[in-house]
Design a protein around this ligand. Structure first.
Ligand code: ATR
Length: 290
C-alpha cells in the first residue's frame, strides 16, 4: 500500500546522521520510511560535518532541539569521547554510533552495530548461543579485526558465544583478542582448514563487497561443519560470493542488510518512541535504493 505523506509540524522530533562524507548513507531513507509508515511527526536528515567541526555540530544539534543522531565514519571515536553517559556496548567497543540527547541535558552514547548484528541473526532464526547442538556448539570464527569486528565480537560474546578472531594482519587480531575477555586467535592461513570446528562463520571485512578490495572473495568451504551458518556484514551485493558458495553447499546464510536495519531500529526507537518493524517491506524499500 502507498506510504502516507511525511508529517513534519512545528513539534516534529528531529534526528540525523553525522558523517564526512555522508552522501552514501542509507539512514535518511530508512528512518524517513519508518517515520511515514508509522505516521510519526518527525524528520531524519544527513548532517555532513567535517572532523574538526564534529563537536560544534553535536552541540548545535542539541541546542536546536534534536533528539539525537547517528554517527558514522570518521566520527565514532570522537562521539565516544564526547558522550556524557556510555552504554556497555559503547564502553566495550570504544566507539559510539548512536547519540541520544537526554531531557536532562546529558548526551548518551551507544554502539548498536554489534547488537544489530546479533538481532539480525536471531531474526533469521539462528538460535544463539546454541547455533548447533553438535560439538561445534557455540564457536564462532570471525574474519577481520577492524571496528566492525570489535562490535560484532563484543555482542556475540555477550550472547554467550565463544569467539575466535582471524585476520590477515595477525597483530590486529592479537590486539583485539587481548582487549576483550574470552577471545582466541586463529592464523589467517589456517582458518579454511579449521572451519569444521565452528558453528558460525562471520565475515566482518570488506572482502566480497562491490567496489571493495576483493569483490570476488570466495574462500574454500569444503571443511565446513554440516550445520555451519555463514553470515556476512557486507550488504552490497545482497548475496556475496561467500554466501553464494555457502548456499551452494546447502549451508544457511545471513546477509548484512539485517544488521543495518536492526542497528537503525534501536536508534529509531530511542529518538521517535516507536519500535519499527524490520520486515520484508522494509528490506524491499531500502533495496530499491541500491
Ligand atoms: P572496519 O572498521 O569497517 O571494520 P577496517 O578497520 O579498515 O574497517 O578493517 C577492515 C578489515 O578488512 C580488516 O580486518 C582488514 O584486514 P587487515 O587488518 O589485515 O588490514 C580486512 N581486509 C581488508 N582488505 C583485505 C584484504 N584484501 N585481504 C584480507 N583482509 C582484508
Amino acid at each position: 500500500q502507498p506510504l502516507p505523506v511525511q508529517r513534519i509540524t512545528g513539534k516534529a522530533r528531529l534526528a540525523g546522521v553525522l558523517g564526512w562524507p555522508v552522501g552514501h548513507s542509507r539512514s535518511p531513507l530508512l528512518h524517513n520510511y519508518w517515520l511515514r509508515r508509522y505516521g510519526v511527526d518527525g524528520a531524519y536528515v544527513p548532517l555532513p560535518a567535517r572532523p574538526e567541526a564534529f563537536e560544534v555540530a553535536v552541540r548545535g544539534l542539541q541546542a536546536a532541539g534534536f533528539r539525537g543522531a547517528n554517527v558514522t565514519v570518521p566520527h565514532k571515536e570522537a562521539a565516544f569521547r564526547l558522550a556524557d553517559v556510555l552504554d556497555e556496548s559503547a564502553r566495550a567497543t570504544g566507539s559510539v554510533n548512536t547519540l541520544i540527547f537526554q531531557d536532562d541535558g546529558m548526551i548518551r552514547g551507544l554502539s548498536t552495530d554489534g547488537d544489530g548484528f546479533v538481532a539480525s541473526l536471531r531474526a533469521a532464526g539462528v538460535d544463539l548461543p546454541a547455533v548447533s547442538h553438535a560439538s561445534t556448539g557455540r564457536r564462532v570464527l570471525l574474519l577481520g579485526a577492524g571496528g566492525a569486528a570489535r562490535s560484532v565480537a563484543v555482542s556475540l560474546a555477550a550472547a554467550g558465544m565463544e569467539v575466535c578472531i582471524t585476520n590477515r594482519t595477525r597483530a590486529r587480531a592479537d590486539e583485539l583478542a587481548a582487549s576483550l575477555p574470552g577471545l582466541s586467535v586463529c592464523p589467517w592461513e589456517e582458518w579454511e582448514d579449521r572451519l569444521g570446528d565452528y558453528a558460525l562463520l562471520v565475515n566482518t571485512t570488506s572482502l566480497g563487497m562491490e567496489g571493495g578490495p576483493e569483490p570476488g572473495f570466495c574462500p574454500a568451504l569444503e571443511r565446513a561443519s554440516a550445520g555451519l551458518v555463514v553470515a556476512d556484514i557486507v550488504y552490497v551485493p545482497r548475496v556475496t560470493p561467500l554466501m553464494a558458495e555457502a548456499q551452494r553447499r546447502g549451508l544457511r546464510t545471513v546477509g548484512g542488510l539485517g544488521m543495518l536495519l536492526h542497528q537503525a531500529r534501536l536508534g529509531f526507537h530511542a529518538w521517535f518512541g516507536v519500535e519499527p518493524q524490520v520486515d520484508a517491506q522494509t528490506e524491499a524499500y531500502v533495496l530499491a535504493s541500491f
